[in-house]
Write a protein that binds this ligand. Structure first.
Ligand code: GLP
Length: 260
C-alpha cells in the first residue's frame, strides 16, 4: 500500500494524473467511479483537464460501485444521477459507456450477476476510485461483509444512513436502507485501487485500513491484500496513523520514474 499525505488539492492532482496516464496510454481503459464527497475534487480536476487540455474519455468505459435500492429514478441523490452530474456529463464519455448497478431491477440478484458479467466483458476495471465510510466500509460493504463478496444487495448500517443524511435534507428516514453494491471480492479484482479520504472523521477508519488487522469488522482492511493500492489522505485523515512520518518520508523520496 502506498500512503500519500498531502492537501486536498494535491491529492486530486495525483489521482487525476493516474487517470490521465491511463486514458492516454490504454486503447480501451476502464474506470471505476465512486460517489460520496471524497472524489468530487478529482472529478472537478478531470473535467477541467477535459475542458482545457482536451483530455478525452471517448474511448473509455466506467463502472459505478453501488446504488441505492428504492429511490426514485429522478432523485438527485440516486447514485446514477450523482455520477452523471459530477463527472459523466462533464466529459465526453460515449453513450452507454457509464454503467451502474440497477437498484430499480425487479430481480436484484439477477441484476447483480449481470453487473458482474458486464465488468468481466469489459476486461475488468483498470483503476478504481474509492472513498471510505467512517465505519471502514468501501462502496457499501458494511462491517461484517464477506471479504470475498460479489455484487449483491446489502442493508446499510444506521451510522451510514446518518452519515449520508446530509444529502437527504438531514433526514435519516429519507436515506434508503437497502443498496446494490460491488462486493469486496469484485473491488479487489480492479488492477489499481485509489482511495481518497479527508477530514478527522475518517482518521480511525484510515488507521484501521492501513495498520489494523485484516477483518470484516473494518471491511477496507481487505485492501492490505491487494498488490496495487494508493491511499490519498489529508493531514486530518492521517492523524491517527502510527507510521505517518515513514509514509511522508517514503513519498518525498520516491524516484521520479515511479508513478502512483
Ligand atoms: C457512501 C458511498 C461510499 C463512500 C462513502 C464515504 O456510503 N457508498 O462509496 O466512500 O459514502 O462518503 P464520503 O466520501 O462522502 O465521506
Amino acid at each position: 500500500m502506498e500512503v500519500v499525505i498531502a492537501d486536498e488539492h494535491k491529492l486530486a492532482q495525483l489521482a487525476a494524473d493516474a487517470i490521465e496516464r491511463l486514458l492516454r496510454t490504454e486503447t480501451a481503459p476502464v474506470l471505476g467511479l465512486a460517489t460520496g464527497s471524497s472524489p468530487l475534487r478529482i472529478y472537478d480536476e478531470l473535467a477541467a483537464r477535459h475542458e482545457r487540455q482536451g483530455l478525452s474519455f471517448a474511448h473509455a468505459q466506467a463502472f459505478m460501485l453501488d446504488e441505492y435500492v428504492g429511490i426514485a429514478a429522478d432523485h438527485p441523490e440516486r447514485y446514477r444521477n450523482v455520477i452523471d452530474t459530477e463527472i459523466a456529463t462533464r466529459v465526453d464519455f460515449a453513450e452507454e459507456a457509464v454503467h451502474g448497478p440497477d437498484g430499480s431491477a425487479e430481480d436484484l440478484a439477477a441484476a447483480s450477476a449481470g453487473y458482474e458479467q458486464k465488468i468481466a466483458e469489459a476486461g475488468g476495471i483498470d483503476l478504481q476510485i474509492l472513498g471510505i465510510g467512517t465505519d471502514g466500509h468501501i462502496a457499501f460493504n458494511e462491517p461484517g461483509s464477506s471479504l470475498a463478496s460479489r455484487t449483491r444487495v446489502k442493508s446499510l448500517t444506521y451510522q451510514t444512513r446518518v452519515d449520508n443524511a446530509r444529502f437527504f435534507d438531514g433526514d435519516v428516514d429519507q436515506v434508503p436502507s437497502l443498496c446494490l453494491t460491488q462486493g469486496l471480492g469484485t473491488i479487489m479484482e480492479a488492477r489499481h485501487l485509489v482511495l481518497v479520504a479527508t477530514g478527522g472523521g475518517k482518521a480511525e477508519a484510515v488507521h484501521q485500513m492501513i495498520e489494523g488487522p485484516v477483518s470484516a469488522m473494518w471491511p477496507a482492511t481487505v485492501l492490505q491484500m491487494h498488490p496495487h493500492v494508493t491511499v490519498l489522505v489529508d493531514d486530518a485523515a492521517a492523524s491517527r496513523l502510527q507510521l505517518g512520518d515513514y509514509y511522508r518520508h517514503a513519498f518525498e523520496n520516491k524516484p521520479d520514474w515511479q508513478h502512483l
